[in-house]
Design a protein around this ligand. Structure first.
Ligand SMILES: Nc1ncnc2c1ncn2[C@@H]1O[C@H](COP(=O)(O)OP(=O)(O)OP(=O)(O)O)[C@@H](O)[C@H]1O
Length: 307
């Protein structure tokens, strides 16, 4: 089977995903509110939010499972409601993978390869080995993690330009999660776009180019991970001889804490210049800056409720 790369294959170079004013109401609940978002072709895009933020509802609209109350969702410029056209561009791994109970893993992979936009069977065989998938078992006999592996192998071996992955590693052990990250990197190298909804923040941090953070149905932020870090605080720890540098009151400096007379700690938002000038004028013996992890950034947005 031929294996065209996804890069450049969409003539018009349209956004892989584009939503404009996308809204979904369920009775009195507005699950997604006025969501406008663009995912560029070839990027790995993380979609984050606490339980009930509206992630699944957005994905269900994108896949044409439910219709928006208002607004539009497009997949490579095809309206998501036109399922026949939109699904030519995508492969999907749901959070809760259901397989045909009487078919074996091998039969399921064959079936899935035939419904998508073409599958690289050599790569698929390699992934079966890498994910240590037993293909002789029937669908009903697979564990949750193994069902997820079947769906992931099928999705990663398609040549669909867009992979929509909803919580794809919740059932995988750490070794398999590492394989998953490799697969995402390989998909990006082939020019495929990956839309990854996940609660595994370390995973999103490791693989995504940009992330959207969803709060109560609307977008709280869309940024690259370095941009998110810059928006947030950086923790600084300094050791010094003599008089403590006086950084309190400088713009962007918070939570100054003196430690045992020769050290201090503070957090910094925005440009570090003013603090560095004060430190440069003191006898600093050690200096350490620590950027927040995506988990800390996420907790800053939502508080401990998401732990
Ligand atoms: N079919 C439905 N009928 C009524 N309310 C719904 C329906 N589907 C979702 N909701 C509500 O819409 C909101 C968003 O739900 P959604 O499942 O999209 O969140 P989520 O971000 O995917 O959460 P999780 O991380 O828990 O999967 C919630 O308040 C949910 O109760």
């Amino acid at each position: 089977m031929s294996t065209p790369t996804a890069r450049g294959s969409r003539a018009e170079n349209a956004p892989a995903i584009q939503t404009r004013g996308l809204t979904k109401r369920f009775g009195r609940t507005t699950a997604v509110k006025d969501l406008s978002l663009e995912v560029r072709p070839g990027e790995v895009f993380g979609f984050l939010g606490p339980n009930g933020a509206g992630k699944s509802t957005k994905i269900r609209m994108l896949l044409g499972f439910i219709r928006p109350s208002s607004g539009t969702a497009r997949v490579f410029s095809d309206d998501a409601r036109d399922v026949r056209r939109a699904h030519r561009h995508l492969a999907y791994v749901p959070a809760d993978v259901a397989l045909w109970p009487a078919l074996t893993g091998a039969e399921i992979l064959e079936l899935l390869a035939r419904v998508g936009p073409g599958s690289d069977t050599t790569y698929r065989d390699e992934l079966v080995d890498r994910f240590e998938l037993e293909l002789g078992k029937r669908g009903k006999a697979y564990s949750t993690g193994n069902r997820q592996k079947v769906a992931l192998v099928a999705a990663f071996s398609t040549r669909a330009p867009l992979l929509v992955l909803d919580e794809p590693t919740s059932g995988l052990d750490p070794l398999m999660e590492r394989e998953f990250r490799r697969c995402v990197a390989e998909a990006r190298d082939r020019g495929q776009t990956v839309f990854l909804s996940s609660h595994q923040l370390a995973e999103v941090e490791a693989v995504c180019d940009r992330v959207a953070i969803l709060r109560a149905g609307h977008l709280a932020e869309v940024a690259s991970i370095p941009e998110l870090r810059r928006l947030r605080r950086t923790d600084v720890e300094v050791s010094f001889d003599g008089v403590a540098p006086d950084v309190s009151g400088l713009p962007g400096i918070h939570d100054v804490e003196l430690l045992d007379g020769t050290g201090m700690r503070f957090s910094l938002t925005g440009p570090p210049g003013p603090a560095l000038r004060v430190l440069a004028a003191s006898d600093v013996t050690a200096f350490q800056m620590r950027e927040p992890s995506l988990e800390e950034i996420f907790l800053d947005y939502y508080g401990d409720a998401v732990r």
